[in-house]
Design a protein around this ligand. Structure first.
Ligand SMILES: O=C(O)c1ccccc1NCC(=O)[C@H](O)[C@H](O)COP(=O)(O)O
Length: 212
C-alpha cells in the first residue's frame, strides 16, 4: 500500500500559527500542556486555537507526567482528537481517558524499542524523540535513526531535530507513518515561521510516497 507521510506541527501557541499550519497542508497540530515548556499553552489559549481550526485537522494534546484530573479537565474544555504522553506514563495511565493516544519514547543507544512498543498495545502510534537528560522533549536534536526497528508493530511518528534540511533524508531512511516538528519551524521558541513550515511540508511531499 502506498501512503502519504503525515505531518504534525507541535508547540502551537497562537491562532495565527495554527492558520499557517493549516494553510501549509499539515495534518495535525500539537498543544503543549506542560508548564515548564516555553511552548506551553493554558486551557483558554488551547480552546481558542482548537476552535480556529478547519475540519479534518487533528488537535493533539501533549502531556508530561500530568495528573489524571488535569488531563480530564483539559478534555472537558478543549476538543482534542488525540492525546500525546511525553513522560513516563504507563499504558494503564494512557488508556484511562478512552481517547486515542500516542506514546512518546525518548530514544537512547541500546534501547529495545520493539520491547517498549509492546508495552503500549493500546497506543495508536509511537512517537520517537531524542533523549536529553532533564529535558522531556522539544530538544531540537536528532537521534541515531538506525536504532529504529525496520518493522515496528505500531505506526511510527518520527520527531527530534527535524527541519526542511533533513526531513526528506529522515523519511527515506526511517519510512515513518508521520513526522513531527517543533523547533525546526520556529522563528523563536513558541513562535512559528510560516516560510519554514511551508518549506518543511514541501520537503515531506517531495519524498512522501512510501511502501508500507
Ligand atoms: O516542545 C516542548 O517544549 C516540549 C516539552 C516537553 C515535552 C515535549 C515537548 N515537545 C514535543 C515536541 O514538540 C515534539 O514532539 C518533538 O519533541 C520535536 O521537537 P523538536 O526537536 O523541537 O522538533
Amino acid at each position: 500500500m502506498n501512503q502519504r507521510v503525515r505531518v504534525k506541527i507541535c508547540g502551537i501557541t497562537r491562532v495565527v500559527d495554527a492558520e499557517a499550519v493549516v494553510n501549509a497542508g499539515a495534518d495535525a497540530i500539537g498543544l503543549v500542556f506542560y508548564e515548564q515548556s516555553p511552548r506551553a499553552v493554558n486551557i483558554q489559549q488551547a480552546a481558542a486555537i482548537a476552535a480556529s481550526l478547519s475540519p479534518f485537522i487533528t488537535t493533539v494534546g501533549l502531556f508530561v507526567n500530568a495528573a489524571t484530573e488535569f488531563v480530564q479537565q483539559v478534555l472537558t474544555e478543549v476538543p482534542l482528537g488525540l492525546l500525546q504522553f511525553h513522560g513516563d506514563e504507563s499504558e494503564a495511565f494512557c488508556q484511562q481517558f478512552n481517547k486515542p493516544y500516542i506514546k512518546a519514547l525518548r530514544v537512547r543507544e541500546g534501547m529495545d524499542i520493539n520491547r517498549i512498543i509492546g508495552q503500549y498495545k493500546s497506543a495508536a502510534g509511537i512517537l520517537l524523540d531524542s533523549y536529553r537528560p532533564g529535558i522531556p522533549g522539544g530538544t531540537g536534536e536528532t537521534f541515531n535513526w538506525q536504532c529504529i526497528p525496520a518493522h515496528p508493530s505500531k505506526p511510527i511518528i518520527l520527531a527530534g531535530g527535524l527541519s526542511a534540511d533533513n526531513v526528506a533524508m529522515a523519511i527515506q531512511q526511517v519510512k515513518p507513518f508521520a513526522v513531527d516538528v517543533s523547533g525546526g519551524v520556529e522563528q523563536a521558541k513558541g513562535i512559528k515561521d510560516p516560510a519554514k513550515i511551508n518549506a518543511f511540508i514541501r520537503e515531506v511531499a517531495s519524498v512522501s510516497t512510501i511502501q508500507c
